[in-house]
Ligand binder design. Structure first.
Ligand code: BDR
Ligand code: CA
Length: 315
C-alpha cells in the first residue's frame, strides 16, 4: 500500500456486492482499509457480521477489525434483503470459516477510535443502510472533524429497486440518511443511476472465473447467485454490482463523473418513503449538499475490480 493511500472505514451489510467492495478495498494499493463495520440490511446483523468475517478471512485480512453495529433502523422495522442475497445474505459458494473474531467495541466506538487514531482524516464508505454513520454523527460529534468525506451507495437520481421509487439502502433507513445529509460534512452519493452501469456481464464473470485462485472462483459464483436474483426480481440480463462503485470512485476519481446537487430523502411519502430527491437542475434554488455520481467508465471499473481480486487471490 502506498503512503498516500486513502484511509477508509467500510460500513456494510455483506451481501454479494458488499463482499466485492471489501475485496476491492483490500486489493487496491491506493486504499487503506482501516476497519469494517456491519449493519442489518441484506440480511440480519448477525449474518452480515459473520459474512464480513468470512470475506476478510477469504481475503487473508484477518487483521482488519470488524465492529458490529445496528440491528435495525432509527425508526420503524427492518425489511431485509434476503430475497436478493439468499438465506445467509451471501448465498452461493461455500465460504471459509471465520479465522477472526468481532471487535468487542462495536461499530460506533470502533469508528470513533479509528478516526481519532488516524494521522489523516478518514473517509467513511457506507454500502448498506446508513444507520451506523448516523449514530456516529449523533453520538460522537467530537470525532467528526476527523471525517474527510462520507461516500454512500444508495438512492438514485431516477427510480428505485426495493420499491418503485426507493433504492434498498435509503428505503431501509431514510431517517438515518437525513441525519447524514444535514450534518454539513462532505457527502458523495453513488446511486442506482450510476451503479446500473456496472453490470457483471457474462464476459466479466468469465474473467473472474479465469483468475487462477479461490477468490476469482468464489467471486464468479457470487455473481451467479446475485445474477439469478436480479433476473428473477427485476428481469435484468446481468446483475449491477453496486457497492464497489463507492470504493472505485476513491481509487479512480476521474473515472466517475460527479455533479454537485441538493439531495433530500423522503421520510413521509405515502408511496415514496426512502426515495431520494436529487435536484440536478437546481429547480429548488438550494445550495448543493452532495456530490452525485452520474457517469461511470465501465471498462476502467471492471479492470480495476478484476486486478484487485487478482491481488487478493494471489497474495
Ligand atoms: C444495494 O442494496 C443491496 O442489495 C446491495 O448490497 C446494495 O448495497 C443496492 O440497492
Ligand atoms: Ca450493500
Amino acid at each position: 500500500m502506498s503512503s498516500t493511500a486513502v484511509p477508509i472505514i467500510l460500513d456494510c451489510d455483506p451481501g454479494h456486492d458488499d463482499a466485492i467492495a471489501i475485496l476491492l478495498a483490500l486489493g487496491s494499493p491506493s486504499i487503506d482499509l482501516l476497519g469494517v463495520t456491519t449493519t442489518f440490511g441484506n440480511c440480519s446483523l448477525a449474518d452480515a457480521t459473520r459474512n464480513a468475517l468470512q470475506v476478510l478471512t477469504l481475503g487473508g485480512a484477518t487483521h482488519v477489525p470488524v465492529g458490529q453495529g445496528a440491528s435495525g433502523p432509527l425508526a420503524g422495522t427492518a425489511e431485509l434483503g434476503n430475497y436478493v442475497h439468499g438465506v445467509s445474505g451471501l448465498d452461493g459458494p461455500a465460504m471459509p470459516a471465520p479465522a477472526c473474531d468481532v471487535d468487542e467495541r462495536g461499530a460506533v466506538q470502533l469508528m470513533a477510535d479509528l478516526l481519532s487514531g488516524s494521522a489523516v482524516p478518514v473517509t467513511l464508505v457506507a454500502t448498506g443502510p446508513i444507520t451506523n454513520v448516523a449514530a456516529l454523527i449523533q453520538d460522537r460529534p467530537d470525532v467528526l472533524p476527523r471525517v474527510r468525506e462520507i461516500v454512500f451507495m444508495g438512492g438514485s437520481t431516477e427510480r428505485g429497486n426495493h420499491s418503485p421509487y426507493a433504492e434498498f439502502n435509503t428505503y431501509s433507513d431514510p431517517e438515518a440518511l437525513e441525519v447524514v445529509l444535514s450534518a454539513g460534512l462532505p457527502v458523495t452519493m453513488v446511486g442506482l443511476n450510476l451503479t446500473h452501469q456496472a453490470l457483471a456481464t457474462p464476459d466479466v464473470v468469465a474473467a473472474m472465473r479465469a483468475l487462477p485462485h479461490e477468490v476469482g472462483r468464489i467471486a464468479s459464483e457470487w455473481m451467479g447467485f446475485f445474477g439469478s436474483s436480479y433476473s428473477r426480481v427485476w428481469n435484468f440480463d446481468a446483475p449491477p454490482v453496486h457497492d464497489p462503485c463507492a470504493v472505485f470512485q476513491l481509487i479512480e476519481p476521474e473515472a466517475v463523473r460527479c455533479v454537485d446537487a441538493f439531495v433530500a430523502v423522503e421520510t413521509a411519502g405515502t408511496w415514496t418513503r426512502g426515495a431520494t430527491a436529487v435536484d440536478l437542475f437546481h429547480r429548488w434554488g438550494r445550495d448543493a449538499n452532495a456530490r452525485v455520481a452520474v457517469e461511470l467508465d465501465v471498462e476502467s471499473y471492471w479492470s480495476t475490480v478484476l486486478a484487485a481480486l487478482d491481488v487478493v487471490g494471489g497474495a
